[in-house]
Design a protein around this ligand. Structure first.
Ligand SMILES: *[C@@H]1O[C@H](CO)[C@@H](O)[C@H](O)[C@H]1NC(C)=O
Ligand SMILES: *[C@@H]1O[C@H](CO)[C@@H](O)[C@H](O)[C@H]1NC(C)=O
Ligand SMILES: *[C@@H]1O[C@H](CO)[C@@H](O)[C@H](O)[C@H]1NC(C)=O
Ligand SMILES: *[C@@H]1O[C@H](CO)[C@@H](O)[C@H](O)[C@H]1NC(C)=O
Length: 366
């Protein structure tokens, strides 16, 4: 029997690693955010025999012939690169690793995918864990300076939603390099089961964001009665047909985002929320206020969300009918926690094959 998994302590597991990481501070155009690029040197002085690494190494995924560049050393033309942004924190690291693994596994051109990871705390262990799990991964890590957003965050109905890193997507356009014009933003509690190039290729038709839209969801419920009762605020959606969309999977035209200063627009709503309570959730409602009814709606297959259940109990949910390209455990329940607790929901078994966490391999070998 596998032992129950204790919480991961980076320090104890990796205490023997000696890490030297140099950060370069560069300034972006908007200069609000310190951009920390990839560390330049990591030296491992003594390998740990017992319990490291905590993730097993993923196989090398190589480009096919049609990818424009490859393994052989030819560089991939910039226009073929697919930019993906995700956040990194130690609580969700297992999810992030599974998501990356799933993306590579289903890509025709895995080497064309460039990952941009955003983190708040400088955790050198996390960097080395990614590097050792995916030695061939094209990735960079950036520090998200949470000071600007921290003062704007209001308490929501679920504490996890109030983490500043949840708001990093609002600032994404100014964190990643300026030459990146488009990016796919992904949450850490999902797996891709289709070629990400198809999602990358969607035509935004001039919109800032592309995402699946859910027009049957009761949009009213995302805002408080005081919002709808306010005769100024309730004009917000005039001239639009607002529908709910999930901000965990978005194709973002970051160029347009910068030009239209959408970051400021989202922040303006957070300032209003601080004064009058106009919604109960975290980073989602201000996105809806700014963008609902004005996004490019894409096929629902790109975000089968809600599999974590609701925000309070995290009950089991089943898949919606129809084709699936991405499975998303949004909501309170997370598949790795439910699998570890030995009380998984049936959908959690769809996540398990992408789990690179070591003890799960032991679990399968038993
Ligand atoms: C800032 O943005 C302008 C375009 O608005 C660009 O030409 C310039 O190179 C950028 N500067 C930096 C430091 O990124
Ligand atoms: C990542 O790990 C590989 C060995 O697996 C090493 O050769 C490489 O230098 C590491 N990269 C960085 C940036 O530390
Ligand atoms: C949507 O939710 C609001 C508030 O909870 C409710 O008053 C309204 O009847 C609902 N509309 C529909 C179509 O279910
Ligand atoms: C907006 O608020 C006003 C005043 O409270 C109300 O009369 C009106 O019906 C509301 N409009 C909508 C669309 O809810």
């Amino acid at each position: 029997m596998a032992t129950p998994i204790r919480s991961i302590s980076w320090i104890s597991l990796l205490g023997l690693l000696s890490l030297f990481i140099t950060f370069h501070q560069t300034t972006n155009n908007n200069s609000v955010f310190a951009l920390a690029t990839t560390s330049t040197r990591i030296s491992v002085t003594s390998p740990i025999s017992n319990n490291a690494p905590i993730f097993r190494e993923a196989p090398a995924f190589r480009n096919g012939d049609t990818c424009g560049g490859s393994t052989a050393g030819n560089t991939i033309p910039p226009e073929r690169i697919i930019h993906v942004a995700m956040t990194l924190d130690s609580n969700y690291l297992r999810g992030t690793m599974a998501a990356v693994f799933s993306i590579l596994q289903h890509s025709t051109c895995p080497e064309n995918v460039a990952f941009h990871f955003l983190w708040i705390r400088h955790e050198p262990e996390v960097f080395s864990i990614i590097n050792s799990t995916f030695p061939y991964l094209n990735f960079k890590v950036y520090r998200f300076d949470a000071t600007r957003v921290r003062r704007l965050i209001s308490k929501s109905i679920r504490q996890a939603l109030d983490q500043p890193l949840n708001y990093a997507r609002t600032y994404l356009a100014y964190i990643i390099p300026y030459h990146v014009k488009k990016v796919i933003y992904l949450d850490s509690d999902l797996v891709m089961v289709d070629d990400i190039e198809k999602l990358w290729g969607v035509d935004l038709e001039g919109k800032v964001v592309a995402a699946p839209e859910y027009c049957h969801a009761n949009f009213t419920t995302y805002f408080t009665t005081s919002f709808w009762a306010d005769k100024e605020l309730n004009k917000t959606f005039e001239g639009r047909k607002p529908c709910y969309f999930n901000t965990g999977v978005m194709v973002v035209d970051v160029d347009k985002w910068r030009q239209g200063d959408y970051t400021q627009r989202v922040e303006d709503w957070m300032i209003i929320q601080k004064k009058k309570r106009i919604y109960q959730l975290g980073s989602l409602p201000p996105f809806l206020l700014v963008l609902a009814g004005n996004i490019k709606a894409i096929n629902h297959r790109w975000n089968q969300h809600g599999l974590g259940g609701d925000n309070i109990q995290g009950k089991c949910r089943s898949l919606h009918p129809g084709p699936i390209s991405l499975i998303h455990w949004s909501g309170k329940g997370k598949p790795w926690l439910r699998l570890d607790s030995r009380k998984p929901c049936s959908v959690d078994h769809l996540w398990a094959p992408y789990d690179l966490y070591r003890s799960s391999r032991q679990y399968f070998e038993e």
